[in-house]
Design a protein around this ligand. Structure first.
Ligand code: SAM
Length: 219
């Protein structure tokens, strides 16, 4: 999968994309990520944003610069299995099913991240991009949504997850997980607080896989 990110803040992705599973997937060439910055198309002494028609406090991102950045991404894409997404808090809700379908159906995903009051609406009207939301809250920009999609879609690409990280969506898994030590002694901070003992649930030490699976399902 090739991700093409349209953003005025590409540096925000640096540390996230270097580390762990996503970093390894990039190194192993299972995914690639390219950035296209509308600022690069900005005329000298002009800004990437402008005042909103109709008034209001926030600035609006200029359409021509975004269209140019998107065109420069699309020009590089040879495949027909391409999807263009524009992030918006009022878009279609992203979920695991969306991630699975994306990994299966597309080779290239163009993701457009807004900022401030958003991107001039004509960009969406021209491209008919699908508007996608990662949840019912408003973020300051579309960079975190892009990282969420990159992470979640990459997990669905064969070979991205190692043996130990295998797809949690496909097996019984719980957020209640334990590792060593078997018995944890913990004294809460503060005067007069007593030591408490926390044990790993017995069933997980039993070696009885059927019972362990049942316990996880129940959880
Ligand atoms: N004025 C816009 C509105 O009412 O829909 C919100 C703009 S928001 C402050 C700036 C940018 O952050 C949006 O253009 C979008 O790219 C991104 N964004 C914010 N919340 C998001 C969410 N829940 N899901 C996806 N993108 C989001």
């Amino acid at each position: 999968m090739r991700f093409h990110i349209i953003t005025i803040f590409p540096e925000m992705f640096d540390s996230y994309l270097k580390e762990s599973i996503v970093g390894r997937a990039i190194k192993n060439k299972l995914i690639s990520i390219k950035f296209y910055n509308p600022m690069d198309f900005c005329e000298p002494k002009r800004r990437v944003d402008d005042r909103p028609y109709g008034g209001g406090p926030g600035m609006v991102l200029r359409p021509e610069l975004f269209l140019k950045a998107i065109a420069s991404a699309v020009r590089k894409i040879k495949s027909k299995k391409i999807k263009i997404i524009l992030f918006s808090p009022s878009g279609k809700k992203f979920d695991t099913n969306y991630a699975k379908k994306s990994a299966k159906n597309y080779t290239d995903m163009v993701m457009i991240s807004g900022r401030y009051e958003g991107i001039d609406a004509r960009v969406q009207k021209i491209l008919h991009a699908e508007q996608v939301s990662i949840g019912d809250y408003v973020l300051t920009g579309g960079e975190i949504p892009a990282m969420v999609l990159i992470d979640s879609i990459s997990r669905q690409i064969p070979g991205v997850l190692g043996k130990y990280e295998s797809l949690e969506e496909e097996r019984i898994s719980t957020s209640e997980v334990y590792t060593r030590p078997e018995i944890l002694n913990y004294t809460p901070p503060g005067r007069g607080k007593k030591l408490k003992i926390y044990r790993v649930p017995k069933v997980l030490l039993s070696g009885n896989h059927k019972k362990i699976e049942e316990w996880k399902k129940h959880k």
